[in-house]
Design a protein around this ligand. Structure first.
Ligand SMILES: Cc1ncc(C[n+]2csc(CCOP(=O)(O)OP(=O)(O)O)c2C)c(N)n1
Length: 729
């Protein structure tokens, strides 16, 4: 717990008279001065590196000098219990004004325990979870990635208010802060499209200091003024002004916040501010800024302007001096308390990649409340009498049921509404559950995933569709950040979303865009669960588990299984769940273990039927987590292992399985671990070309025979290795 600063014990007297009485100017001045003093303390500490112990240094410093006052004015207007701010590395003044303690504000850049991330993330990459009151969404280091989660929060406001009929969300807004360079990012444009097309309560707050590190604003938007350039953008209320003029900035903040809070749709406020420091600690501004320009910027410093605005109209000279002394005391107190904190404990570094089953302490902010998860329950025994159905229908039925029993659940993506998705998996769901719960999105995968993240943090259960696996590329930033979110915030936040991703080869067709599988990418990404079902029943159980999980999940829907008999099976029931990380042994055997997943399961099954010899066929069903125990137990028994997958060979998930098998059961192996995969080429279009790269059941059978006979592709290293030759004799 942060220690109580001296000022919290003795509050100053209220102002005699306010310049604009609607604002608490003393509070704004206090917060601005605190932020300024913290920047000063950090920069001094870092400049005098030799005079302070190494562990007292801020490793990565970002100053907010010049941006500070206007942010404190904005924060004073974020006063609704369900307001949220999407922010970036220069937003610490906003956090201080929203309730961040000075001690936590120092401790995080110092890398001390506790704080935003328990020493895991840069100190200015902040977050602020609060039970009641505005929160700050977890920031990321990627410029522009703050925007679409804010759109998700804003859409969640409307969902809580209109669908869940929770009146406490009325009037809430999402404010999203960014520099003028951030307006060039995909995230900005995606969020702008979402907010303006849906008329969401989003306030874009652009802090224009004219520099993106060293690059001038004219490179980010023509002429350097995004407010001017967006003048004709529909559904966007725009204001532009000077962020160093207290009265003018306050009036503009008031106007835009009132517009958004009043339900009139999004607004954009651009405030010009000076950057009264280098971009960050390591930058010295040499080469791109003259001394004269830096001096000119200091003339625009908002702090002296704030002082003249308030003294003597609101505060007397001596009251201002008292305020300054109070700030100095509080900041020194906070700094000492932060320095007294322990360094983070390396023993805990592996925690919080995923939710811990017995959650110690406070649960993370985000996702469905645990009690609701428990209420939904689940049954791991399949119903035997279910009707036969196709994979696509199984997914649809599962989504339909979950939409019915879980009012927090939403299904969205490109074309998923009236059309029912290009794979027709969501057909009929919008008609049944309404456009607020099953809806089309704009064509922006970054927007689909970023929005899902914001919604999940706001307590909803977003099930997003990426139309084809390849088209997750534009969403890679949001997907990666979603996976690491719980770990980065040391379990302060989580965003359990489900991403449905159809992919893989189609029935006899392929191409580089619609047929990618590359599931390994998400097994490699930290924090994701990755599900690769091979049939309808497994799809039902695994999808339901994913939708009730506290962790994010990628759910692969293989194109060749959606409508074919291969993917069909009996419907296992409306409550059926399968724990992730439990493989299915499809056929038991004693001579060779065949490990596979997804569509290759069916080719492997055919191959096994065509060979003599006893093959144990394992369908992994999930590759993150994957069932190491089942695979290792099987290979211990058979002494041989062949892995077959559709993803390309080099660094495919088979390499991971092979490495673990080789390490863990080396002395029980009778042959080298073998892999049969698509070679390292993209998926081709012509059926003959496709057939040439995909492992066929004949090719799999041939490789099984090689394995059983101790010959084959891996034979050369087998012969070269005397130990293995010995074991095979
Ligand atoms: C996606 C991404 N690209 C590049 C960077 C490196 N980078 C960090 S800050 C920055 C400039 C951002 O400038 P602006 O948005 O104007 O904010 P300011 O720093 O001026 O407040 C860049 C290029 C990054 N963090 N993320």
């Amino acid at each position: 717990m942060p220690a109580t600063p001296p000022s919290a014990r003795k509050q100053p007297a209220p102002p005699r008279e306010a310049a604009d009485p609607a604002f608490d100017w003393r509070r704004i001045a206090y917060n601005t001065l605190v932020s300024r003093a913290m920047d000063d303390a950090e920069e001094t500490t870092n400049r005098n590196r030799t005079s302070v112990p190494k562990d007292h240094l801020v490793l990565y410093q970002f100053s907010a000098r010049g941006h500070d006052m206007a942010q404190c004015i904005l924060a004073s207007r974020l006063d609704h219990p369900h307001d949220a701010a999407g922010a970036y590395y220069r937003s610490r003044p906003l956090l201080l004004a929203l309730g961040l303690s000075i001690e936590d504000g120092f401790a995080s850049p110092l890398g001390r325990s506790g704080g935003f991330s328990d020493g895991r993330d840069i100190g200015v990459v902040c977050n602020l979870p609060r039970e009641k009151g505005p929160i700050v969404l977890p920031m990321s280091g990627d410029v522009g990635s703050q925007f679409t989660p804010a759109a998700g929060w804003a859409q969640a406001i409307t969902y809580h208010r209109d669908v869940l009929r929770d009146r406490t969300w009325r009037g809430a807004i999402a404010a999203v802060l960014g520099g003028e360079a951030a307006v060039a990012t995909n995230g900005f444009w995606s969020c702008l499209t979402i907010a303006t097309t849906l008329k969401l309560p989003v306030l874009f707050y652009v802090e224009d200091n004219g520099l993106g590190i060293s690059v001038r604003g004219g490179m980010q938007t023509p002429g350097g003024n995004i407010a001017a350039n967006l003048a004709s953008f529909a559904n966007l209320f725009i204001r532009d002004g000077d962020g160093t003029n207290p009265g003018a900035a306050a009036a503009l903040v008031d106007e835009v916040v009132a517009h958004v809070r009043g339900g009139n749709g999004p607004a954009l406020l651009r405030l010009t501010v000076p950057r009264l420091a280098s971009h960050s600690g390591p930058d010295n501004q040499k080469g791109y800024r003259s001394d004269a320009e830096i001096a000119q910027d200091w003339e625009r410093d908002p702090v002296p302007k704030l002082r003249s605005y308030l003294v003597p109209a609101v505060l007397s000279e001596s009251e201002w001096a008292t305020l300054e002394r109070q700030v100095e005391r509080d900041v020194q107190f906070g700094l000492s308390a932060a320095r007294a904190r322990k360094a983070p404990d390396p023993a805990g570094i592996r925690r919080h990649v995923y939710a811990e089953s017995a959650e110690a302490g406070r649960p993370a902010y985000g996702g469905m409340p645990a009690a609701e998860r428990t209420r939904l329950g689940g049954d791991s025994t399949p119903r035997e009498s279910g009707d036969q159905l196709r994979f696509a229908e199984a997914v649809r039925r599962t989504l339909d049921h979950e939409l019915a029993v879980n009012p927090r659940l939403l299904v969205f993506g490109e074309d998923v509404g009236l059309k029912g998705g290009v794979h027709l998996v969501t057909e009929g769901l919008q008609r049944k559950h309404g456009v607020a719960r099953v809806f089309d999105t704009s064509l922006s995968e970054e927007g689909i995933i970023g929005r899902a993240v914001g919604m999940a943090i706001a307590g909803l259960v977003p099930v997003a569709e990426i139309q084809f696996r390849k088209y997750a590329d534009p969403a890679a930033e949001q997907l990666n950040n979603c996976g690491t979110l719980r770990w980065r915030t040391a379990n302060r936040f989580c965003a359990p979303i489900v991403v449905r991703m159809p992919g893989g080869f189609g029935k006899d067709v392929g191409d580089p865009w619609h047929s990618l599988s590359a599931e390994v990418q998400w097994a490699h990404a930290i924090g994701w669960q990755v599900v690769v079902p091979s049939n309808a029943a497994d799809a039902v159980g695994l999808l339901r588990t994913a939708m009730r999980s506290p962790n994010p999940t990628i759910f692969f829907e293989h194109r060749s299984l959606l409508m074919t008999s291969d993917g069909s099976s009996r419907y296992p029931g409306d409550d059926y769940v399968i724990p992730l990380g439990s493989a299915r042994i499809i056929r038991e055997g004693t001579d060779l273990t065949l490990v596979t997943w997804g569509a290759m399961v069916h080719r492997c099954l055919e191959a096994v039927g065509a060979v003599e010899g006893s093959v144990e066929l394992i369908d992994l069903r999930t590759i993150a987590p994957w069932d190491r125990d089942a695979v290792l137990a099987s290979v211990r028994k058979t002494g041989r292992c062949l892995i077959v997958h559709e993803d390309t060979m080099t660094a495919g998930f088979g390499a991971e399985v092979a490495a673990v098998v080789a390490r863990e059961v080396f002395w029980q192996l009778d042959a080298p671990v073998d892999r049969l995969c698509v070679e390292d080429v993209p998926m081709p279009y012509h059926p003959d070309l496709l057939a040439a790269v995909l492992p066929s059941s004949e090719a799999i059978a041939a490789r099984i025979r090689d394995g059983l006979n101790g010959v084959g592709a891996s034979n050369s290293c087998h012969e070269a290795d005397p130990m293995l030759r010995l074991r095979c004799q």
